[in-house]
Design a protein around this ligand. Structure first.
Ligand code: DAH
Length: 344
């Protein structure tokens, strides 16, 4: 009797659920068949008063029937949901402009550095690297700048307190020149390298001076390197960098690590030497220091005295970037000012 009742309820429930067309219909059928006041619930409630044997049999039957009904509800709900999905309202308008993604870009100094590396790689140069925190010996002594030499003032930098008194002093390198020594200790001539990198000085900053800046060192060593090679390489590089014919001029100067030493000038990138506002009516622009490597520097690196000759220079990357893009204040590079940076 009870068994038949349960099966009947199940069958009519499944039939009706199957025909349900809306969420609301499903809901009321749920109340009707599984709700607290439903016939089915009534049967379930009364199972506990049956004999143990019957309890088992009817209990099992009721549970499977309930599960079947539940499944049917789930199926119906899913179907109704899928059918009621309004494809027209969900239409995708492919003509709406997309959201622009913010994309970063290289810093102007990095752009210039990459360009320099490209040009020198093309001329068979290797790109070398060295530490920014450097020992006193590499920064100065090995470059023929002893502790009591007045030239040290020109490279005044930031010193790092040594952990113990007898440990060698470290400083933020004031130029890329110490990498000359590091490279020569590990390599035998002939070679040609450039060393682009960050440098630091204890500067009172102004439009032309920064405490943090970039240089690129060049070092070419062999048994017969002379000033002629040096002028030619310089001319080639600057002509490629500024994409026009550039002339080069050397003026006598002094650096402890070169002998003889020069100041390196190029013909004005704007007027080509005819004299204009950019070169202050001079026709030439100052680039930086250079010279033939002092034999004392070779000795410090462990080379035999007098065997090799070489040339070296140390030029500022900011100076080249400023000339290329006509920037009038070096402080802009490290300012983090997006109005400046986003122009590149
Ligand atoms: N290290 C020098 C400076 O920072 C620049 C320099 C001058 C580098 C002459 C050289 C050189 O290699 O030969 O002022």
């Amino acid at each position: 009797m009870l068994e038949q009742k349960i099966l009947n309820i199940k069958n009519t429930a499944l039939g009706e659920i199957n025909k349900a067309l809306s969420k609301e219909q499903v809901f009321s059928l749920r109340v009707k068949y599984l709700g607290r006041k439903s016939e089915f619930n009534n049967i379930l409630k009364n199972i506990k008063s049956l004999s143990p044997d019957e309890k088992k049999k009817i209990g099992h039957l009721a549970n499977t029937a309930k599960k079947e009904i539940e499944n049917e509800f789930e199926k119906a709900e899913k179907l109704i949901k899928a059918k009621s999905f309004d494809h027209k309202a969900e239409k995708i308008d492919v003509t709406i402009p997309g959201k622009k993604m913010k994309q970063g870009h290289l810093h102007p100094i990095t752009i210039v550095q990459n360009e320099i590396e490209d040009i020198f790689s093309g001329m068979g140069f290797e790109i070398a690297d060295g530490p920014e925190v450097e020992t006193e010996w590499y920064n100065f002594d090995a470059l023929n700048i002893p502790a009591d030499h007045p030239a040290r003032d020109a490279w005044d930098t930031f010193w790092i307190k040594p952990e113990t008194k007898n440990k060698e002093r470290l400083a933020l390198r004031p130029h890329t020149s110490p990498v000359q020594i590091r490279y020569m200790q590990k390599n035998k001539p002939p070679f040609r390298i450039i060393v682009p990198g960050k440098c630091f000085r204890r500067e009172a900053t102004d439009a032309a001076h920064e405490h943090t800046f970039y240089q690129f060192e060049a070092l070419v060593v062999g048994e017969d390197i002379n000033v002629g090679h040096f002028k030619y390489i310089g001319e080639q590089f600057f002509s490629k960098f500024f994409k026009k014919d550039i002339k080069v001029r050397l003026r006598p100067s002094y650096f402890p690590f070169t002998e003889p030493s020069f100041e390196f000038d190029i013909s004005c990138t704007v007027c080509g030497g005819k004299k204009c506002k950019s070169c202050k009516g001079n026709g030439w622009l100052e680039i930086g220091g250079c010279g033939m490597v002092n034999q004392k520097v070779f000795e410090a690196a462990g080379y035999p005295k007098g065997k090799y000759q070489g040339f070296a220079w140390g030029f500022g990357l900011e100076r080249l970037a400023m000339m290329k893009w006509k920037i009038d204040d070096i402080r802009l590079f490290e300012s983090g000012d997006l109005r400046f940076i986003n122009q590149f």
